[in-house]
Design a protein around this ligand. Structure first.
Ligand code: SF4
Length: 618
């Protein structure tokens, strides 16, 4: 009987049909769990089995899931995560996005490992779960409220201990770059899943409970916790002091952070990155913030007391400081805190929102759009007031903001006049703040992972146990990398589906993952099993896309990301990635077809995925 799950050895999942209000629960036993673990692994199996290909991501048939992993809400260090899954309306592919805070563990304490929604409600609703009882409730009174107000109102109604994941007005207005927010600023940011929630008229999940997560070996789990907390070092020390804000200046200088909408890199073009990094950010910190029982506590609450950018919200993450800072040549930290507040309250992904504004600025600077298009806003590089004003419009779909509200690619299509050359994206999704010209393995991750342009699903950016080296670009070597790439992607899949935080894991020894998996579930877990299971999960998500007719090798992939054309100055000068070689070697290793990306029958059999063969080989 596996520990770590809420169904007496099985994962207990709720299925809610919003069209007719029906709520059912199902148990998923050890045979499935050992193969797919939880989170987006279990979700991939459930959605592959139950969701037809070709459904409209904003239609009733798209399944929207909120799932935890077996380590979520347990003493396993950094077991704070949950994931939101669904077919992405932004990319048309598999979509998932994970978040920390308190919500994931508390979903389990309310009695369930996860919840799936289908259908569309006739009127706004929220799901309230308390100690194993779930009920759909009217949310007319919450519709239109921002995420802070929504959380406050639900706590007022159901008690202070209630935890909330919800959408803001941007999700209600079906912005394809909207997200799900919990804890007033922890974001399941990517893939546009806030719009899926909005399309279903589902405003929030509110959970309350004190049920315990069963542990196979409680004593050993507690002993491991004590031991591993003492090993946190390296990147973990930076996180403790600054959070991810601690890397902005270094990343901007070294070339890791894209600058000026990916058209440049380094301190020559953005010499003031220290103004939006480490000490400059925590100067506004009122108190530190930790996700559920995390000993690192990389978060914080920040406040700008007065002035045009007066605001109070979570400390901006590196990704936000990049998208609204280096990408827009904006060194005004108060404006970035304000932008973080807007995105958190309205429910927007800060990566996509900031990158879309950077795209619009480049269009403006090149005369593709003018003040007449932008409702009088002077969208110039580094114009903090304009960036805030346009983000407010984007969040509300007002005026030109309506053009931008679905991300850079769709905006470029609407604008025309050559705007597409400035829309930097992979398959419609804006690219995170880590440049493949700096960390070459990200080329493969951004292009091949089932969620296009994702940095948290593996690759060589974060190496467990040794953190990140953001001081210098990698040597320009493009061959012989596939083995490490595959191993790291597989491992990160298990980190994600187990419910761990990848930042915390990158600060601890690699063995902490299989050790906690063993002590919590009772399985004899090993790094070898992480590899095969991670590959199975990654492959099933990929096959989900293939069945949708989506071949990642045919994804739109902006040349700027990989140095085509190469930059003419800075730390990444003349780097032009040999994407073809990297992809070819990776496909050879995993035994996927070089043109169609279809895994061979033997690769699928080796991973225990024989049930998909009939769909791929007709
Ligand atoms: S390291 Fe940071 S993001 Fe990760 S669990 Fe801890 S506080 Fe949360």
């Amino acid at each position: 009987m596996a520990g770590g799950y809420m169904g007496n050895g099985s994962a207990k999942i709720l299925f809610v049909d919003l069209s007719n209000g029906e709520i059912k629960e199902e148990l998923f036993g050890e045979e499935i769990l050992r193969k797919y673990i939880g989170g987006y692994g279990l979700a991939a199996k459930i959605m592959y089995d139950r969701q037809k290909p070709g459904v409209d991501p904003l239609g009733p048939e798209n399944m929207l899931g909120f799932l935890t992993g077996p380590l979520t809400g347990t003493p396993a260090v950094i077991g704070s995560r949950y994931v939101v899954v669904g077919k992405s309306p932004l990319t048309g592919t598999w979509g998932d996005a994970n978040s920390g805070g308190e919500f994931g563990p508390n979903l389990k304490f309310s009695g369930y490992d996860g919840v799936f929604f289908t259908g569309i409600s006739k009127k706004p609703v929220y799901l309230f779960i308390e100690n194993g009882k779930a009920e759909l409730k009217d949310a007319d009174w919450l519709w239109g409220k921002d995420t802070n107000e929504t959380e406050d109102l639900l706590k007022e109604k159901h008690g202070k201990k209630t935890n909330v994941a919800c959408i803001g007005p941007s999700g209600e207005k079906l912005s394809l770059i909207s997200c799900v927010i919990n804890d007033k600023g922890r974001a399941a940011g990517r893939s546009g899943l806030g719009a899926v929630m909005g399309s279903k008229k589902l405003k929030a999940l509110a959970v309350l409970g004190d049920m315990k997560v069963p542990l196979a070996d409680e004593q050993r789990t507690m002993a491991l916790r004590r031991a591993y907390i003492n090993t946190i070092s390296g990147f973990g020390d930076v996180l403790k002091k600054y959070g991810t804000a601690g890397i902005t200046a270094g990343a901007s200088e070294s070339g890791d952070a894209p600058v000026k909408n990916w058209s440049d890199a380094g301190s020559e073009v953005f010499p003031t990155a220290t103004k939006i990094s480490d000490d400059a950010v925590i100067a506004y910190q009122e108190k530190r913030y930790a996700c559920w029982r995390c000993p690192i506590g990389c978060g914080g609450h920040v406040k700008v007391v007065s002035g045009p950018f007066a605001s109070t919200t979570h400390k901006p993450e590196y990704e936000t400081l990049g998208s609204y800072g280096t990408m827009c040549l904006n060194d005004n930290i108060e404006s970035i805190i304000k932008l973080n507040e807007i995105c958190n309250k309205m429910g927007l992904d800060t990566i996509s929102a900031g990158c879309t504004i950077a795209f619009a600025i480049e269009c403006y600077e090149n005369g593709i759009i003018t003040k007449e298009d932008t409702d009088g806003i002077e969208l110039k590089w580094g114009n903090a007031e304009a960036i805030v004003a346009m983000t407010e419009k984007l969040a509300k779909r007002e005026g030109f903001g309506d053009i931008l509200a679905d991300g850079a690619k769709i905006a470029a299509d609407k604008i025309g006049k050559g705007a597409g050359q400035y829309a930097v994206h992979v398959a419609g999704q804006e690219v995170p703040m880590h440049d493949p010209k700096f960390t070459h393995g990200l080329t493969v991750t951004y292009l091949i992972d089932a969620t296009p342009a994702r940095h948290t699903q593996g690759g060589e950016l974060i190496t467990p146990g040794s953190g990140m080296d953001l001081t210098k670009p990698e040597p320009r070597v493009y061959t012989g990398r596939a083995k490490l790439q595959r191993e790291l992607m597989n491992l990160m899949h298990i980190v994600n589906v187990a419910g761990l935080c990848m930042f915390g894991y990158s600060s601890m020894p690699v063995d902490s993952l299989p050790e906690f998996m063993s002590s919590v579930t009772g399985w004899d877990y090993s790094l070898d099993e992480c590899q095969i299971t991670g590959e199975r999960i990654g492959t099933l998500r990929h096959v989900f896309n293939l069945r949708e007719g989506h071949n990642p090798l045919e994804r739109e992939f902006s040349g700027r990301i990989i140095g085509r054309p190469p930059l003419t100055r800075g730390p990444l000068k003349d780097v032009s990635i040999d994407k073809e070689t990297m992809i070819k070697e990776y496909l050879e290793l995993v035994d996927w077809d070089q043109k169609t990306a279809v895994p061979s029958k033997s690769a699928l059999s080796r991973l225990g995925l024989d049930f998909v063969i009939g769909d791929l080989y007709k």
